[in-house]
Design a protein. Structure first.
Length: 449
């Protein structure tokens, strides 16, 4: 995956890079990608960078050259870095108040900004005067190089290490661990300091290795960093690789449909015993927790109090669907979507009566979403599609606007061309429990008495 895809860049964006461990390389890579698309890309710094780095830019020129000359340079190269002055070997950037006005004056598509300094180190804490953002900043990309893992926490390896030590009490020269990096990254006085309220924030873990161990360490940092809802995603990759994005971790949710009347069963099927002295709904909840899905919303209706009692030990959210008697499945999906926090980028729609659901299926879908994206993922077993379905936020408004006579199947058929089918090795995705015979069959398939 390319950076512009992972960061979801749009024309008119003002993108600020902060942090350490490859800001300039990441800015250059994103600029090159956008130029290849035919965009007109301006770049600058609100601080300073080494004048030697100007040679890395496709075109570098002074802001004093004038708007016409800058526009001409954009037409010739597509990517221009602007500086205000060069003093003592450093190139100083434009004033923040001037940046957006220039974008309009020279007809550029995007502005990329280095908003602080790190002296080439892989991790940093900001000083009081930084970072410096234009008020129009629409996307902020905090960067960290994972080469810092295992290095000593000192001024030779970390920019402003004393601020981190003072904040958290980490030992001076202690070997830097993955949870420390996540804690710094998500801290609003360190890694997220001063970011404008309306700006999206997507972090970049640069220098992620391709080994399984390296990827797992990066995933741990991403998961821990995403506990701050200010982050909408954490990208893992290497700015110098052919494809600079290996995967992107984003907050996911799950809507468990547990409101039905179970009329064909004759009793509440989700409360039927399954295994280990747990009910079907408890087993499904366990699988979602095992798959590390943070936002789990159980939609209740029929026998809501009994379901609440069974699930009381779990750290989940229960949402009562007042329309469960007449609204069918769609009304429960709508109730779940309305209850999802705004940072959630996609959510699973999970059947509450699918007792053989397992965490491996959920992990297969999550991994595909992290590595390839997509807004409509459906598992497939031997060319037959099933549940759970992963639906990106892109489609939520459309689902919420469906009339009462519509079904989720209508929505799926309409968007057939956009579905990504993910092969899985379990037929559990095909089977739910509607009748006593279904229940007996599923217990037999699961090897239960």
């Amino acid at each position: 995956m390319l950076l512009y895809q992972a960061l979801n860049i749009s024309r008119g964006d003002v993108v600020a890079f902060i942090g350490a461990g490859g800001k300039t390389a990441t800015l250059l890579r994103l600029g090159d990608e956008l130029t290849a698309l035919g965009w007109r890309v301006l770049a600058t710094t609100t601080n300073s960078l080494s004048a030697d780095k100007l040679a890395l830019m496709p075109r570098a020129m002074s802001t004093h050259a004038g708007e016409y000359a800058i526009s001409q340079a954009l037409s010739e190269t597509g990517f221009v870095f602007l500086y205000d002055a060069i003093k003592q070997g450093d190139a100083y950037g434009a004033k923040p108040s001037w940046i957006v006005r220039l974008m309009d004056a020279v007809d550029s598509d995007v502005m990329l900004i280095e908003a602080d300094s790190a002296n080439g180190l892989p991790l940093k804490a900001p000083y009081d005067h930084e970072p410096l953002f234009p008020p129009e900043t629409s996307l902020v990309v905090p960067t960290v190089s994972l080469s810092v893992l295992g290095q000593p926490l000192d001024e030779d390896h970390v920019y402003n290490a004393d601020a981190i030590i003072a904040r958290y009490g980490f030992p001076h020269e202690g070997r830097i661990r993955a949870p420390w990096v996540a804690q710094i990254l998500r801290d609003e006085s360190l890694g997220l300091k001063g970011i404008p309220d309306k700006a999206r924030v997507v972090a970049y873990l640069n220098g992620t290795t391709t080994t399984q161990y390296g990827r797992n360490r990066a995933r741990l940092i991403a998961k821990l960093a995403l506990k701050n809802s200010r982050l909408s995603g954490v990208v893992m990759g290497n700015a110098r690789a052919t494809e600079p994005v290996y995967e992107i971790q984003r907050p996911l949710g799950a809507i468990v449909l547990a409101a039905g009347l179970s009329s064909r069963m004759g009793q509440s099927k989700i409360l039927l015993p399954w295994s280990d002295d747990k009910t079907i709904i408890e087993h499904i909840t366990d699988q979602l927790i095992r798959a590390r899905i943070e936002q789990i919303h159980i939609i209740t209706g029929h026998l809501a109090n009994e379901v609440k009692t069974v699930l009381d030990p779990y750290d989940i959210t229960l949402t009562y669907n007042r329309a469960y008697k007449s609204g069918e499945m769609l009304s429960s999906i709508k109730a779940g979507l309305r209850a999802m926090p705004r940072e959630v980028s996609a959510c699973f729609v999970v059947l509450g009566d699918q007792p053989r659901l397992n965490a491996r299926v959920l992990n297969d879908l999550q991994m595909h979403y992290a590595e390839h994206g997509g807004d409509l993922l459906i598992p497939s077993f031997q060319m037959r599609r099933g549940h759970p379905i992963l639906i990106g936020r892109k489609y939520w408004h459309e689902i919420l606007m469906l009339n009462d006579k519509s079904t989720l199947r209508d929505f799926i058929i309409k968007h057939e061309a956009h579905i990504q089918y993910i092969p899985v090795e379990s037929d559990s995705i095909l089977r739910d429990v509607d009748t006593p015979q279904d229940y007996a069959d599923e217990r037999w398939r699961a090897g239960l008495k």
